[in-house]
Design a protein around this ligand. Structure first.
Ligand code: ATP
Ligand code: MN
Length: 461
């Protein structure tokens, strides 16, 4: 049981009293009875309720004032009548919009109020008076630039549409975790400060690590593979990945959340199966937990049917070619080629059997045709959301793959070490959380899918 101790010098009670308001009721009393606006229903007519939140709209008509009080669940109308309590009326109507108050009042039916109900406050505590003017509107219908929204993200997140994206994000991740846990995956966390690049790429942020130079990790790839040598044969990690992407696009962040799995004793098909079930589970939970948010965003989400379509890279080259987009075998599939393929498929689909040279050194080549690899991308329309593969688990092959890609095996020594003493075959993938949120919420810019985006120009908030 949680016990609030009074008079410890910290905590809510102390803060409530220090306002010095005559009519203040100690905050701990308010808190224990607080309900959300969504709970103000006809069953409460005639009884008292305690609510707390932001005053998003204040309409003072002289003798009566209508206040829309917003909390996490929605809004409720406070109707304040001057002649019933002059002091309280003055106190509330003098406040600026977005001030935070707690009220205790009588719940009444009112057909004219939004939601058909109102609360007549009998006691109020001003918890935080808002300054004016606001840096951006919360309820105003005027459009606000994304930059302004991101500069004032705390305020932007008060808007139900913005909040909806992050509630959907939470349910999406929960849906994925549920599936992974159900299928026997163990959650792990690997270091984000590392000595070498995962793929030897240039997209690394250097950090000063005492006397040495280190980097922020761009992917948990090497660590989750090392885990396959430990006996933890199914692991997942949900954590940050850092990439010094120079280009400024609507799909790239410099810090994103990567959902990674690695599983032993299986091949790329095994990993693809987990991935499609993961996405299905995510969508299912979003539908179950967030119908209100989906409605608010005007989205019609459907549970995807399994299995997802699988197209080989070679087939994609052919489809693109048939639509006048020439791609030579071995070239990457650019946006226009992917768009051409997406026209044929719609929704989620896999692109398999990528040329080995296009994929990282750890992608396993096909035994009978080493030019192609046991790799796959999961696509939605023309957007890539996941890359995965069966990995090279044979030590000798791994060393030669590193060399082929111009990397020095010596700088991968602590990774290679795990392949010398018993490493089972394994496969896995990395899924970008923000790109997936973008798709599920129909957003155009990946920055909308992360609370505080990091991009080339943005380092705060
Ligand atoms: P792209 O070619 O689109 O830049 P990638 O192939 O370099 O992506 P991977 O290394 O395959 O990316 O990473 C796996 C997944 O992580 C991607 O499919 C994507 O969903 C996500 N991801 C990668 N880089 C970023 C980024 N900079 N911002 C947001 N998500 C990213
Ligand atoms: Mn990729």
């Amino acid at each position: 049981m949680l016990v609030y101790s009074a008079g410890t010098g910290s905590g809510c009670g102390e803060r409530g009293y220090s306002r010095g308001e005559r009519w203040v009721i100690p905050m701990q009393d308010w808190l224990k009875d607080r309900i959300y606006s969504s709970a103000v229903t006809p069953s409460l007519y005639g009884s008292e309720a305690v609510l707390a939140g932001w005053m998003q709209d204040i309409r003072n008509l002289g003798g009566i004032a209508f206040i829309q009080l917003r909390d996490r669940q929605g809004t409720v109308q406070l109707t304040v009548i001057k002649k019933e309590n002059k002091e309280l009326f003055k106190q509330l109507t003098a406040l600026n919009r977005e001030s935070v108050v707690a009220v205790k009042g009588l719940v009444k039916e009112n057909r004219e109020a939004p939601g058909g109900v109102e609360v007549l406050p009998r006691a109020v505590e001003v918890l935080s008076a808002a300054a004016a003017p606001l840096p951006m509107g919360v309820v105003d219908k005027v459009g606000v630039e994304l930059d302004t929204r991101l500069n004032n993200r705390f305020m932007d997140l008060r808007r139900p549409e913005t909040a909806a994206v992050f509630r959907i994000r939470a349910s999406m991740l929960k849906g994925m975790r549920l599936l992974l846990e159900r299928e026997g995956f163990i959650e792990v966390h690997t270091p984000k400060i590392v000595a070498t690049a995962t793929e030897g790429g240039t997209a690394l942020f250097p950090v000063q690590y005492f006397e040495r130079k280190a980097f922020l990790n761009q992917s948990p790839q090497l660590f989750k593979q090392i885990m396959m040598a430990t006996g933890f044969d199914r692991v997942y990690e949900i954590g940050p990945a850092f990439r010094a992407e120079l280009h400024d696009t609507v799909r790239h962040l410099n810090e994103f959340t990567s959902i990674d799995i690695e599983m032993a004793f299986t091949d790329e098909e095994g990993a693809m199966g987990v991935l499609e079930r993961c996405l299905q589970s995510a969508v299912k939970l979003v539908l179950e937990e967030r119908p209100k948010e989906l409605g608010l965003l005007g989205l019609h989400l459907e549970e995807p049917a399994l299995p997802f379509k699988r197209l080989t890279y070679a087939k994609c080259v052919e489809i693109a070619g048939s639509k006048g987009i020439a791609v030579e075998w071995g070239q990457d599939l650019e946006m226009d080629a992917c768009k051409a393929v997406a026209e044929e498929t719609g929704g989620f689909y896999f692109i398999t059997r990528w040329p080995s040279a296009l994929k990282p050194f750890y992608a396993h080549p096909f035994e009978d045709n080493p030019k192609e690899s046991r790799s796959f991308d999961l696509m939605y329309g023309e957007k890539e959301i996941t890359s995965g593969a069966q990995r090279v688990h044979e030590y000798e092959l791994l060393v030669s793959r590193l060399r082929e890609q111009g990397l020095d095996p010596a700088s991968f020594e602590s990774y290679l070490q795990a392949f010398r003493y018993g490493m089972p075959p394994h496969a896995g993938w990395g899924l970008g959380a923000e790109r997936t949120v973008m798709i599920l919420t129909g957003r155009e810019n990946v920055r909308e899918a992360v609370l505080f985006p990091r991009d080339r120009r943005r380092l705060s908030p």
